[in-house]
Design a protein around this ligand. Structure first.
Ligand code: MG
Length: 248
């Protein structure tokens, strides 16, 4: 069952969302060659605490960090560590915050310096796929209208859309109903209602869409080693249209 949030709850989620938006903007400015991914993680935790928020990912099912940092062929759930960012990398940053018991979740992919034309196209397409998905988060549409819009945008460019990981409802918990696949036929699933809040998050690969999880139990990488990009927003469905709570 999909929980509907009251206007007061949406405002608390917006506060969490704005913290995540500011955090990702801040971190994106720190991503440069030579920076270790664990330094970004340390900065993320300090930033959240300073903002009066709690990290949503730290300790979630045992996840050991505040931030997911996924570089190049890593798709999602990369664990920050000793790795140094290099010129030409694609660095996906995924962050979640809790404010007054309510969650927000967002992700962005940062191009480090001069990336290949293909890597830029992958990144731009993933961002556009998220925008196209958000545009379907409208009262009266069905859930899979979002999924279909994302898939169409990605596959039209010849890229792969990941199946194993999906978007999700969000609110009093990081992951609520419904799961939101980034693929599938339109006009299926629950009808969208005002007060639903959805974390929409296309994960896109340059090659085949198959992924595998590494031995650390978290880091998902493309099976064929191709590059990946990931964008995410927490979006409220309202009578006035989609309201992106994590947009700065
Ligand atoms: Mg998410």
């Amino acid at each position: 069952m999909i929980e509907l949030k009251s206007p007061g709850e949406l405002e608390r989620m917006r506060r969490a969302g704005q913290v995540v938006a500011r955090l990702l903007e801040h971190l994106a400015g720190l991503v440069r060659p030579g920076v270790r991914t664990k330094e970004l993680d340390r900065e993320a935790l300090a930033f959240l605490r300073q903002a009066g928020a709690e990290p949503a990912f730290l300790g979630y099912r045992g996840f050991p960090a505040t931030l997911c940092v996924s570089v190049n062929a890593e798709v999602v759930h990369g664990i920050p560590g000793e790795r140094k960012i290099a010129e030409g990398d694609l660095v996906s940053l995924d962050a979640g915050a809790i404010v007054e018991g309510f969650y927000a979740d967002a992700a962005t992919t940062v191009m480090v310096g001069a990336v290949s034309a293909q890597a830029r196209r992958l990144t731009d397409t993933t961002r556009r796929a998220l925008d196209q998905g958000i545009a379907q988060a409208v009262v009266g549409r069905r859930l899979s209208d979002i999924s279909h819009a994302v898939q169409e945008t990605v596959e039209r460019e010849g890229f792969g859309i990941v199946r194993e990981f999906v978007g999700h409802g969000i609110g009093r918990a990081l992951h609520e109903d419904p799961p939101i696949p980034n693929f599938g036929p339109p006009h299926m699933g629950p009808r969208l209602k005002a007060g639903m809040v959805l974390a929409i998050e296309p994960m896109v690969t340059m090659g085949h869409h198959d992924v595998q999880v590494l031995g650390d139990g978290w880091t998902a990488v493309t099976k064929d080693g191709s590059l990946a990009a990931h964008f995410e927003h927490t979006v409220a469905v309202t009578e006035r249209g989609p309201d992106v709570l994590t947009r700065g």
